[in-house]
Design a protein around this ligand. Sequence first.
Ligand code: TMP
Ligand code: ASP
Length: 236
Amino acid sequence: MEKRAQLYEGKAKKVFATDDPNLVIVSYKDDATALDGLKKGTISGKGVINNRMSNFLMQILEQNGVKTHFVEELNDRDTVVKKVSIVPLEVIIRNISAGSFAKRFGVEEGIVFDEPTIEFSYKNDDLHDPLMNAYHAIALKLATKEEIDTIKSMAFKVNEVLKAYFLKLNVKLVDFKLEFGRLADGTIVLADEISPDTCRFWDAQTNEKLDKDRFRRDMGGVEDAYNEMMRRVFGE
Ligand code: TMP
Ligand code: ASP
């Protein structure tokens, strides 16, 4: 399968058409942004790690009954995925307080929740991705009530599967962001990526951060953290 015209370039990935109208190729870059795009940089080797890790996790999820966009990994940076129209919501699941949750509610990071939480942000750069609830999303026709119900149950299923998977690697899955898309027939599938860019990973013993927070917060050791997650997942 070969790349044809570039359809889109995002902050971390490019998307190319293929000869099959139902398939596209995503190509992962090393570019990183944070703080609503204000902070820009490069995380060397990130594209390879995110591509391989995301594909691996999507396959685990498929084995556990979660439909995803994944089709075939072509090489270290390029993957064939089903073409979807993205539901313009960032779906965030949290198991432990951190990041914007800790800030918004004035609590420390590291509080383990009895139950995971779910929240939605409207994917809209001009509005800076405002937080919204499911009723707002339905009112704005971003998704139907049925689609929201599907997305919620899929997101919690993803959490169950991945939380258990990462714990075996001695990693706490603190929180993460998912995106969903619609296939031509309307089926909702998990899309975008699952990687250290889109998840918070803490070492289970030390709580050392092994994700993009090291970049967001200028902590140093960014590449080392991505490489460590790669090592834990693939043993390399
Ligand atoms: P937050 O605490 O900043 O709201 O982030 C929650 C989770 O979502 C965290 O794992 C990072 C991820 N995330 C993204 O993948 N993209 C984004 O644009 C934001 C704001 C967060
Ligand atoms: N990638 C997002 C941005 O550039 C935010 C983040 O991941 O922190 O705004």
